[in-house]
Design a protein around this ligand. Structure first.
Ligand code: SF4
Ligand code: SF4
Length: 219
């Protein structure tokens, strides 16, 4: 699907991102010639079920990460950029990691998360450019829902840390966006924080079980 990167409302952007994460679809941001993600020192997560992707990357470029219930790897940056980014383009574009296909820089801007990777990066500049467009101007309801999602996330840090959702990580953005989805659907009748967290846990467990199932299917 094509998508002009600054013309959708924040609610549409966040809903679409959430749907992609939960269902495994690609994101819908039109990157055009932008390659800021590839050049900003991000470590890219790769699930062990992404066999084609792992086969297209030299083994020495990936590091196994041992802190999750499912096997996954990091494609670590080299000299501030992704090692697969050579001569100004992605050398494994057709088999790039799911994390690259699903990434949408606008969600970092909207959730006010700290951009991962280097603080002086092109990604940071891209996010600032997006915020200059005043994205919330026609989406007050979405802004209220997101504000509450952020508040719950900040207040309930221990809950999210127990789920291994770390600060300034892609999972942090995912958590806030999933909370937003729950709250945006219920903005006229806000639930208690506990009810919101219970819904969150249901969705999070479904998402994580899917990752585990994908790996079992390979075994
Ligand atoms: S910074 Fe945004 S527009 Fe640029 S490549 Fe990444 S997701 Fe696409
Ligand atoms: S794998 Fe490709 S798309 Fe992903 S960060 Fe590296 S160069 Fe960019």
């Amino acid at each position: 699907m094509d998508d002009n990167w600054a013309t959708r409302s924040p609610s549409e952007i966040l809903y679409s991102y959430r749907h992609g994460l939960l269902e495994g679809d690609d994101c819908v941001v039109s990157c055009g010639s932008c390659t800021s993600c590839c050049e900003s020192g991000l470590a890219i997560c790769i699930n062990a079920s992404e066999v084609e992707t792992l086969n297209s990357i030299p083994q020495e470029q990936v590091v196994e990460i041992l802190d999750l219930p499912y096997k996954h790897f990091h494609l670590e940056p080299v000299e501030g950029h992704c090692p697969m980014f050579l001569n100004s383009h992605c050398t494994i574009y057709d088999t790039r990691p799911r994390a690259c296909r699903q990434f949408d820089c606008r969600t970092i801007a909207l959730t006010e998360s700290r951009p991962p990777g280097r603080t002086d990066s092109k990604l940071t500049n891209k996010i600032e450019d997006f915020l200059i467009t005043d994205p919330w101007r026609d989406d007050e309801i979405g802004q209220v829902a997101l504000q509450r999602a952020r508040n719950i996330y900040q207040k309930q840090r221990a809950f999210f840390i127990a789920l291994n959702i770390q600060e300034s990580s892609a999972d942090e953005v995912m958590a806030i966006v999933v909370l937003f989805g729950i709250l945006r659907g219920e903005i006229s009748e806000p639930s208690s924080d506990e009810e919101v967290l219970r819904d969150f846990l249901d969705q999070f467990r479904t998402w994580r079980a899917k990752r585990v199932r994908e790996q079992r299917n390979l075994a």
